[in-house]
Design a protein around this ligand. Sequence first.
Ligand code: C2E
Ligand code: MG
Ligand code: MG
Ligand code: MG
Length: 281
Amino acid sequence: YVAKESTQLSAWYSDAQEASRLSHLSLLSDLRAAVQNDELQMWLQPKIRFNDHSCYGFEALVRWQHPQRGFISPAEFIPFAERTGYINHVTDWMLKQALQTLASWQHAYPQLSIAVNVSTKDLRDQSFPERVHQLLQQYQVKPENLQLELTESGIMENPGNAIPLLQSLRNIGIGLSIDDFGTGHSSLAYLQKLPVTELKIDRSFVINIDQQASTQRLVKTIIEMGHGLNLHVIAEGIETEAERDTLISLGCDSMQGYFASKPLHGAGLQNWLIHLADSIG
Ligand code: C2E
Ligand code: MG
Ligand code: MG
Ligand code: MG
């Protein structure tokens, strides 16, 4: 990782950017420390199936509470971690957290899955599937309980590279979800070749969908196409009852969003697990 980081950093060097370069340098060393000292946190947001209202799993979302800078959003530090080549360590940390949690749920909640977000950069590393396989064995977790979310744009950046890698992951038995679907210019030809199990409709289509007939037609088409390819279809970012009801009427399988629950951690997560059966009416 050292070589990659220094190439990237020297590319930023210019007088005008000196200040930001220095602050990024310290951010990078802070991120290293955060990973090493477990200052990051894994929050879990429930995924709910419409047909029986059951929670079948969670998406894992990273949180960073910086000792001086305060909360740093993943939308800010994930792209930064990608540029500096440090993202692999963040992914590894999240995978370990997810697997540790799944291992601890094995007896009480064997049906629950956790979905970890994987960066485009991870998809360029040919040894990634072997790494995931190793970790599954180390933590003694069934591959069916782990899911990986890959963005549509990340896959489409280099499909020739990504497809065999996805196939290796799929062969292990892990669920694969196309995240932010509808924003990444994938062609039907490629979609058919992707060895994935789930389509995740991007939140931009979900916002106020109850008031937009044209978005409803588009999303209906996406859902029918997903079902035609035998994929589970979930919508992200559902905030209102009206959005939820519209997605149900369009045939969507599941939902994730503030309407069901915000991402959970600690006592909030424990409370959710205790009330799993009667969680969502
Ligand atoms: P994403 O994978 O599409 O995750 C969904 C984002 O939408 C999360 O933001 C989640 O908190 C937020 N969200 C969920 N429901 C709602 C809702 O009803 N309304 C609104 N307004 N937002 C909702 P978050 O946690 O800030 O993450 C942002 C992005 O950062 C993620 O988008 C993902 O691309 C990336 N990210 C987060 N954690 C990780 C990680 O561990 N690894 C990688 N590579 N990327 C991550
Ligand atoms: Mg995601
Ligand atoms: Mg998403
Ligand atoms: Mg999204």
